[in-house]
Ligand binder design. Structure first.
Ligand SMILES: [Fe+2]
Length: 192
């Protein structure tokens, strides 16, 4: 069975503190993850035809898959959070409030994690075993992902996410801009 993915399109209006050029460059990188996910699946399938002789190549391609696949999927979570939609996110906010003491406590924790050194993502995930909302640091796109978790919130803190508009040392300013544009309802849709 041939499997492949298609790059999604996102309906993004003007964003506050994130320029059109910044977003369009970032979307090009997203398209690259989709392309490489498809290319990897094809190469892995081809190498499996001759798995013994191609064992080293197959191993390395297989190890690479999580990087490209999660690069694709996490960017889809990220960009769709900037799409506009109507409605509230009360249930999500109540859940965060009850678990973190206040909504701001959760947000402050995410903001602090987002300026940690290194490239990666800050995710909020739901633990499928007990419904807990956990904030998780993921290096690259795949290192540190926890098993059995549903991603509801994704903040990209790779430098490519902001260095068109901000200096590498200004990640905190980018995080502030990110919050201003976040559509909470999109996040809640994933939570419910
Ligand atoms: Fe990114």
């Amino acid at each position: 069975m041939k499997q492949s993915y298609t790059a999604k399109t996102f309906t993004l209006g003007a964003l506050e503190g994130l320029s059109e050029t910044q977003i369009s460059e970032h979307l090009k990188l997203y398209a690259g993850y989709v392309k490489n996910t498809n290319a990897l699946m094809e190469k892995i399938a081809a190498h499996k035809q001759n798995a013994e002789a191609m064992a080293i190549e197959l191993s390395e391609l297989t190890r690479r898959f999580g990087f490209e696949f999660n690069g694709m999927r996490l960017h889809e979570y990220y960009f769709s959070q900037f799409e506009k939609s109507e409605g509230s996110a009360d249930k999500l906010k109540m859940a965060l409030e009850s678990q973190y003491g206040s909504f701001d406590a959760w947000k402050n924790e995410v903001s602090a994690m987002a300026v940690m050194r290194g490239i990666g993502w800050v995710l909020t995930v739901v633990d499928e075993t007990n419904g807990n909302l956990l904030n998780v640091w993921v290096s690259d796109h795949e290192l540190g992902q926890l098993g059995g978790q549903k991603v509801v919130f994704a903040l990209d803190v790779w430098e490519h996410a902001y260095t068109v508009d901000y200096k590498p040392t200004e990640r905190a300013k980018y995080v502030e801009a990110f919050w201003k544009n976040l559509n909470w309802q999109k996040v809640e849709e994933r939570y419910l």
